[in-house]
Every structure is written in structure tokens, then in C-alpha cells.
Ligand binder design. Structure first.
Ligand code: ADP
Ligand code: NI
Length: 219
């Protein structure tokens, strides 16, 4: 099978799993992450493109937010990749990436170091959490989970654990920018992603400044 045939099958598998998500992790997010990973990889020709793009397509398929039984979801992904002719080594690498790229793993300090392919996918995923798309995803996610948009009396939390990060009781959408989204620029692994993050960061800073000016009837 050619790389193009394999990646087309991976795309269809991902699409069948991601289609119905309502938390901002739908297939449109997956397609943007794949597009960004493919763009970043141009600066790193030593990275394996099939592993990178496959991990980008599958990275949310076994996520705790989207499936209740992550073991069953993982087994299904392994079975699918094996049927597509992926080697055991490739499957191990793809799972290493998917299991360790998530933001909450970073919070707990339990994440294993990512290979270059994983660093690229993690950067692509983080780029899609910031900028104009990031603003819209945060608002969509916050609405879905009943967060307030803004409350000046609720201060952003610092140094959150994984459990605190997932506790949305006192969370506001605007605080999520200070707690996470504005920090992502400096967490990018690759120089290529850092460069793309600069503009997206400014878009968020401009949005927050405008939002607060309008809130205070100053704009
Ligand atoms: P990861 O998949 O890296 O663990 P998350 O699933 O926590 O990251 O975040 C994915 C998307 O959901 C991001 O775009 C993020 O902004 C949004 N999101 C996560 N938590 C919140 C929150 N408390 N309020 C608003 N948006 C959120
Ligand atoms: Ni993602």
C-alpha cells in the first residue's frame, strides 16, 4: 500500500470516530491539526510523515474527553493500524505520541518525552487552541459545559492539577485564556510553531483587551 492509500484510510477511520463531537474536538479540528502538522513538517524533513499525519488524525480518538472506555478505543485503533500494514514499532510510536501529547499530562508532569513526530503533532494541536480558531473553540467549549463567559470577581487559577483543570465549577471562558491559552506560545516545541504562534497570540491579546474595554463601557 502506498503512503497516500494508507493515509486516506486513516482519514476515513478518524472521520467515522470524530464526526459527532460537540465540544470543539470534531473532525474539522482534526483536519486543521493535520494541515498544520503537514505544514510544520516541511521544516523537519527528518521526521516520518506517515507517523506524524497518522498521529494527527487519531490523536483525539482515544481521548478521555471523547470516549468513556479508552482501553476499548485503543484496542480498536491498534486493530485498525495493524490491518493497514503498520509495524509494531510504528504503532508503538503512534501510541506514545497520542498518550503523552495532551495538555493535562503536562500539568501532572507524567508525560513521557515526545519524538520529533510527536512534538510536531502536539504543536499543531496547540496552534489550533489559540488565535481566532482558539477563541471560537474556547467559547464553544465553555458554552457546552455551562461556563460563565466572564466574571471579574473570579480570578484565574495558577498551577492547576489535572483534576482542577477538569473542574469547571468556577471556571470562566475568559479565565481559560489566562490559565492555559496564553501560555501555549512558550510551550511550543518547534521553532516553526513558535513563529506561527506569535501572530495567534496577538489576536488573543487584542480580543481580550477589546472584550474588557467593551465590558467596562470604555470602547
Ligand atoms: P488537550 O486535548 O491538549 O488536553 P483540552 O482538551 O483540554 O486539551 O482542550 C482542547 C480545547 O478545549 C481547547 O481549544 C481548549 O481551549 C478548550 N478548553 C479546554 N478547557 C476549557 C475551559 N475550561 N474553558 C474553555 N475552553 C476549554
Ligand atoms: Ni486535539
Amino acid at each position: 500500500m502506498t503512503a497516500a492509500t494508507v493515509l486516506a484510510a486513516v482519514r476515513e477511520f478518524s472521520k467515522s470516530k470524530m464526526g459527532d463531537d460537540e465540544t470543539g474536538h470534531g473532525f474539522d479540528h482534526i483536519q486543521r491539526v493535520v494541515g498544520l502538522a503537514d505544514r510544520l513538517i516541511q521544516s523537519y524533513p527528518e521526521a516520518d510523515r506517515v507517523e506524524t499525519v497518522t498521529a494527527a488524525y487519531l490523536h483525539d480518538v482515544i481521548d478521555e474527553k471523547l470516549v468513556t472506555d479508552t482501553a476499548a478505543a485503543s484496542a480498536e485503533v491498534t486493530q485498525f493500524l495493524t490491518a493497514q500494514g503498520f509495524s509494531t514499532t510504528q504503532i508503538t510510536t503512534i501510541f506514545l505520541i497520542m498518550d503523552n501529547m495532551s495538555y493535562h499530562k503536562t500539568l501532572d508532569g507524567t508525560a513521557k518525552p515526545l519524538p520529533l513526530e510527536g512534538q510536531i503533532v502536539q504543536d499543531a494541536d496547540r496552534l489550533d487552541a489559540i488565535g481566532a480558531i482558539g477563541i471560537s473553540r474556547a467559547i464553544y467549549f465553555g458554552g457546552h459545559f455551562g461556563e460563565k463567559i466572564y466574571d471579574p470577581a473570579v480570578k484565574p487559577r495558577t498551577a492547576m492539577t489535572h483534576a482542577e483543570y477538569r473542574n469547571l465549577d468556577n471556571e470562566t471562558i475568559i479565565n481559560h485564556f489566562y490559565e492555559k491559552l496564553l501560555t501555549l506560545k512558550d510551550l511550543m516545541n518547534t521553532a516553526a510553531a513558535k513563529q506561527l504562534a506569535e501572530h495567534r497570540q496577538q489576536v488573543m491579546l487584542d480580543f481580550l483587551a477589546e472584550y474588557k474595554a467593551e465590558w467596562n463601557a470604555e470602547a
